[in-house]
Design a protein around this ligand. Structure first.
Ligand SMILES: Cc1ncc(COP(=O)(O)O)c(C=O)c1O
Length: 395
């Protein structure tokens, strides 16, 4: 971009790099027969009864704004669900806000809490929007590396080492995108202790909370002393296969939620009405669908992660979400080269780990939310790709 055009843009926007993933998706869209392990989105369609609730809402002429907070029926269902799942009590009239996806919730959390120069600690690799949202709010991202040897679980000791007098917040994804890591209970407790000691806010993105395998999901908000300093962000995109509906929520103490509402009401007004009615249906009658999709992801995860390790791509156990994050450094290629060559030569799309932070270098993210037989075929292609290059390097 020429200098004149560039100078029009704010420093904050200029500071954020364009998404490293976009380039790949643009290429994928031009190629037939690509098996895409690139997109972190359920391959299921929203369950039919939830879709019908959205259609019914429109047919009944529910086409107006709702309350800025979101429909009270939805907030009441959310409060009941949070109580059932975590034993947490949130007042539906002042402590719950319906958002346009967790995406909006993360942005609101940053802009509500962060002043220019405030530091926000967040695990690396992490979801691409975190760093951008911190910068858009004027904050300073402080990445804390996570390691395959600890299954990429963030450790309280690493967070402790990153705390400075400017630290205002810890932003966590649990489970994590791109690694599928779940924060171990003992680390969650350690992080809670740090937050209390240093008087920090914790923003926790739990959009994958219904996709935790072989253990129960625990929210950091439910630990002693944490409810009053936690901004809990969750939504319907992943659990109910509702990405396109753009619906999520925030649960937070009233004084924080009221401030978040201030930004939400001036920038968004309210979440869509039909999506809110669909979300009510999801909470009231969608439990079997969540279980069904969970079982399916669980089956794919077992096959795919075992398969990666079998063909020589070391992959630690992803305990949540629908991502595997294997090490590709042994191939002698950078993660970007690996992803690019794999796409052009074998038509399998994965995302270079470095798109999610420096600590993701030498890894790639594979989203296994695609059909079982496609995953099997992807393994065949990746195996062939690896063999080709290992032969190549020895001759
Ligand atoms: C960790 C994480 N948070 C938030 C989002 C966005 O969620 P939503 O669709 O609710 O905005 C995603 C989407 O991929 C994600 O991976």
């Amino acid at each position: 971009m020429d200098t004149l055009k560039r100078e029009v843009l704010s420093q904050r926007v200029r500071q954020v790099k364009p998404s490293g993933i976009r380039k790949f998706f643009d290429i994928i869209n031009t190629m037939p027969d690509v098996i895409s392990l690139g997109v972190g989105e359920p391959d299921f369609v929203t369950p039919v009864h939830i879709r019908q609730a959205g259609i019914r809402s429109i047919e009944l002429g529910h086409t107006r704004y709702t309350s800025n907070f979101g429909m009270i029926e939805l907030r009441e269902e959310l409060a009941a669900m949070l109580h059932r799942r975590y034993g947490l009590t949130y007042d539906p009239t002042s402590e719950l806000l319906v958002t346009v996806g967790v995406s909006e919730g993360v942005d609101l959390a940053m802009r509500t809490i962060i002043d220019p120069g405030d530091e926000v600690i967040s695990p690396d690799p992490g979801y691409v929007a975190y760093e951008a949202d911190i910068i858009f709010a004027g904050g300073v991202p402080v990445p804390v590396p996570t390691y395959a040897q600890y299954e990429f679980g963030v450790r309280a000791s690493e967070i402790a080492a990153a705390i400075t007098p400017r630290t205002k917040m810890i932003l966590l994804g649990n489970p994590n995108n791109p690694t599928g890591a779940v924060i171990p209970q003992v680390e969650l407790e350690g992080i809670a202790k740090l937050a209390i000691e240093h008087d920090l806010i914790v923003a926790i993105d739990e959009v994958y909370s219904r996709l935790v395998y072989d253990q129960e999901h625990r929210s950091i908000a439910s630990l002693p002393g944490m409810r009053e300093r936690t901004i809990l962000l969750d939504g319907f995109s992943k659990a109910y296969a509702m990405t396109g509906w753009r619906i999520g929520y925030v649960a937070a103490p009233a004084h924080i939620l009221e401030a978040m509402l201030k930004i939400h009401q001036y920038t968004i007004m309210c979440a869509g009405t039909a999506p809110q009615e669909a979300a009510i249906q999801a909470l009231r009658h969608g439990e079997n669908d969540v279980r069904r999709m969970y079982e399916d992801y669980s089956r794919r995860r077992r096959m795919f992660v075992d398969g990666l390790n079998r063909i020589g791509l070391n992959c630690c156990e992803p305990r949540g979400a629908f991502y595997a994050f294997p090490y590709v450094g042994a191939s002698g290629m950078t993660d970007e080269d690996f992803a690019e060559k794999l796409l052009f030569e074998e038509h399998v799309a994965v995302v270079p780990g470095s798109a999610f932070g420096l600590a993701g270098k030498d890894y790639v993210r594979c989203a296994y939310c695609t059909a079982y037989d496609q995953l099997e075929e992807a393994l065949v292609r990746i195996d062939r790709f690896l063999k080709k290059y290992s032969t190549g390097s020895s001759t």
